[in-house]
Design a protein. Structure first.
Length: 345
């Protein structure tokens, strides 16, 4: 009597393929590793030194994903940039607290291990870590047949940073008449893609045949770590906000003290072509403002006397500019005017 043999591989999980991928991650993450770094890939946990030059260090942790931008990557079969997005979404939150990113871990869950796809994602993650000057120390890859349909997957990222107690950015440092400075985004970053995809579906737009959208929709999220850490180290920032889901208003209000308000002039904002395209294709200004960054990827709040000092830390593409000031008001945010969608950065 023949007995049917059951194996993990027959259920849809390929351990050998997973091992090959772990070996690839190890080879990628070990590049540029300093002598004092620990070798973490393949272990049960990750070990990292806390910098000894930070007084009274505090640990800051963040986690995020890239949302349905993944579906654009799947449609275009292009996976080399969403790893950068994944790192950016966490480290750009860390620096809001004044923390320097130390380490990053990823979680990838997928229907079936596709080495080429996963390698492209990991290379992007490593690139994002290099831009953030932090280390990729580990993660988890879960092959989950039956949970995801063919070709589908999800990714999440986890970042840990450190900040000296006296360097923590909190609401108390923000004062009346401080300036609100916009730092341009690289595009949509990783927010609002469900609305973008809905628009594309309703208008029956094939992004594979649209050169502009193919480029814009997978532009990686700008990582602001180096610029912001330079400003923090020189005590040039009183507060900052990463402009993600919820747009400018919802994110800035999170850092405004009671009895003060971020008074923002929308007509000062410089957008980029993708936002003008979305506006022209039927998304109202109100919906744009509460869904997308609209060209402002990051905001810093500074004293007026420091305005000229911050310019030198930014490239021409990401030159900061004034969009408002802090005033006395019980409303956390006041938006004035309207965006000139043709005024492009």
């Amino acid at each position: 009597m023949n007995k049917k043999k059951f194996t993990y591989k027959k259920s849809g999980v390929n351990i050998k393929a997973a091992d090959k991928f772990v070996n690839f991650i190890s080879s990628v993450s070990s590049k540029k590793r300093g002598k004092k770094k620990f070798s973490n890939i393949g272990g049960f946990g990750s070990i990292t030194n806390i910098p000894n030059n930070i007084k009274k260090p505090k640990i800051v942790a963040c986690t995020d994903g890239v949302g349905t931008k993944i579906e654009i990557a799947n449609t275009l079969n292009k996976f080399d940039t969403i790893g950068i997005d994944l790192v950016a979404m966490s480290v750009n939150d860390l620096i809001v607290q004044g923390a320097k990113p130390l380490l990053f871990l990823d979680y990838i869950s997928i229907n079936k291990i596709d080495l080429n796809k996963l390698k492209a994602i990991i290379k992007g993650i490593k690139k994002g870590c290099d831009q953030s000057e932090c280390e990729l120390v580990g993660g988890e890859t879960a092959e989950m047949p039956g949970t995801y349909s063919k070709g589908k997957f999800d990714i999440a990222g986890f970042a840990v940073g450190v900040v000296g107690k006296n360097k923590i950015l909190n609401k108390n440092k923000i004062k009346k008449n401080n300036l609100i400075i916009a730092i341009p985004s690289s595009g949509l970053h990783s927010n609002g893609y469900s609305l973008v995809r809905y628009l594309l579906k309703q208008k029956k737009i094939n992004i594979k045949k649209n050169k502009f959208l193919k480029t814009e929709l997978l532009k990686p999220t700008k990582i602001y770590v180096k610029e912001i850490m330079n400003l923090i180290n020189k005590n040039l920032i009183n507060g900052c906000a990463n402009i993600t889901g919820g747009g400018l208003s919802d994110n800035i209000k999170r850092i405004i003290p009671d009895k003060l308000s971020a008074n923002i002039s929308l007509d000062q904002i410089k957008t980029s072509k993708i936002f003008n395209w979305l506006k022209k294709n039927g998304i109202s200004e109100m919906e744009m403002l509460k869904t997308f960054n609209c060209g402002v990827g990051f905001c810093i709040i500074i004293e007026r006397k420091n305005l000229k000092k911050i310019d030198k830390f930014f490239s021409k593409q990401y030159k900061p500019y004034v969009i408002g000031k802090i005033s006395e008001n019980n409303k956390k945010v006041i938006l004035n005017g309207s965006i000139n969608w043709l005024q492009q950065n």
